[in-house]
Each structure stands twice: as structure tokens, then as C-alpha cells.
Ligand binder design. Structure first.
Ligand code: IYR
Length: 222
């Protein structure tokens, strides 16, 4: 067993209380403007921006620091087309056969359906994979701890980074998503976690008129 090695916490920065207040309010202002968007423009976005956002996402804490995530950035029109076809097939099953009435009712305010044109229109699809276990160079499996929680946190950071740079995203979860492994050639230790659609909103994009819960509804101090 290797022994731990420590270095100084050199990058930590403390703010005075005024500055802390200002930053908290300004970050909340920025985040409350985030909306899930389903109407995308095909306007290109420089690859470097997406790379930086993924670097930000991969600063997420993870179980035993094993960083059990893999991001596949899809720009190839033929891969996008295949993903759209496979996703729409699953969604058709979902909306017309699999989804219980209760679920469809819960989705009514969002106005979603089985058509997913944004999967071909948006400049980037980011398929986020959860490595359920890792692999050594020798092929030997490595146990991962809390992979789902870790990938969930990384995905949250990615969505936040995308908001920060002025782009919009859609968390899309066609279910099941196993087709992503086939289309993208990912190994069997990776499970698709989420498909994030990223780009600029279409001109005149509309979003559902829905509300967020108040602080008192989501938070209790004891
Ligand atoms: N995956 C479907 C249905 C759907 C499910 C949930 I939960 C949503 O919040 C939104 C949609 C679709 O993408 O249409």
C-alpha cells in the first residue's frame, strides 16, 4: 500500500464578507438565468470552449479520486444522425407504450415529445459515460466508488461551465441509452449517464413557463 503525500493548499482564496456577499449574489443571478433549452441554433462554437468546460467538469470530486467519467464530444453529422434515429426510436416507445400515464402527465408542462431534431442541429452533443469500474493497462478491472454520484457532480459542473460561457444546454436521457456505446465505440465498463446537447439557442427560442421552488421549500437550517 502506498503512503499519502501532502502539499500546501496554495490555491485557496478567502474573500472578505462584502466580497463574499457580492460573489454569492452574482453567481446566483447567473445561475438563475439558466434554462434548459430545446431549440438550438446550428451556429458553430469553438472547440476550445468545450474543452475548457470539460476541464472544469473534470475538477469534480470523485470517490477515492478515481475520476470515473468519460466525455465523448460529438460533432460528426453522421454520428449525430445515428444518435437522433436511435433516440427517437426509444422515445417513440416511451411516449406511446412504456411511459405510465402519471409520468406523461408530469411531463405535460415541458411540452416534450418523441421528436428530437436538436440532436442534429446543435453543434455539440456531449455523451457523458460513467465508468462503473476502471481498467488497468493490463486489462485488470479496478473497483470504482460512488461512480454515479461522482459523474452526477461532474455533469453539474459541466452544465454550470456551459452557462458561464453564455451557451445553453439540454440534459437529454433517452432510455435506455445503451445505443450510445455502440455508436460511439465505448467499452462495456462504461454506462451512458447523460447526453448533453450544447450550443447557442435558436433565434426566438421559447422555453416552458415553469417556476423554481422557493428557498424555504428546498432548504432547512437546523
Ligand atoms: N426522455 C424523454 C422524456 C422526458 C423525461 C423526463 I424525467 C424529462 O424531464 C423530460 C423528458 C424525452 O427526452 O422526451
Amino acid at each position: 500500500m502506498s503512503s499519502p503525500k501532502f502539499i500546501a493548499l496554495a490555491d485557496y482564496h478567502e474573500y472578505d464578507s462584502d466580497e463574499m456577499n457580492r460573489r454569492a449574489a452574482s453567481f446566483y443571478e447567473q445561475m438563475r438565468r439558466r434554462r434548459t433549452v430545446r431549440q438550438f441554433s446550428n451556429r458553430p462554437v469553438p472547440r476550445e470552449i468545450i474543452e475548457q468546460c470539460i476541464l472544469a467538469a473534470s475538477t469534480a470530486p470523485s470517490g477515492a479520486n478515481l475520476q470515473p467519467w468519460h466525455f465523448v464530444v460529438i460533432t460528426d453529422p453522421s454520428a449525430k444522425r445515428q444518435i437522433r434515429v436511435a433516440a427517437e426510436e426509444e422515445e417513440k416507445e416511451f411516449y406511446y407504450k412504456r411511459a405510465p400515464k402519471e409520468w406523461l402527465e408530469a411531463l405535460t408542462p415541458l411540452g416534450t415529445d418523441e421528436h428530437k431534431p436538436f440532436l442534429e442541429i446543435a453543434p455539440y452533443l456531449i455523451a457523458i459515460f460513467e465508468e462503473r469500474y476502471g481498467r488497468l493497462a493490463t486489462g485488470e478491472p479496478v473497483k470504482h466508488y460512488y461512480p454515479k454520484e461522482s459523474v452526477g457532480i461532474a455533469t453539474g459542473l459541466l452544465i454550470t461551465a456551459i452557462q458561464e460561457v453564455g451557451l445553453v444546454s439540454l440534459t437529454h436521457t433517452p432510455s435506455p441509452m445503451k445505443f450510445l456505446n455502440e455508436i460511439l465505440g465505448r467499452p462495456s465498463n462504461e454506462s451512458p449517464f447523460l447526453l448533453l446537447v450544447v450550443g447557442y439557442p435558436a433565434e426566438g427560442a421559447m422555453v416552458p413557463d415553469i417556476k423554481r421552488k422557493r428557498l424555504e421549500e428546498v432548504c432547512t437550517f437546523v
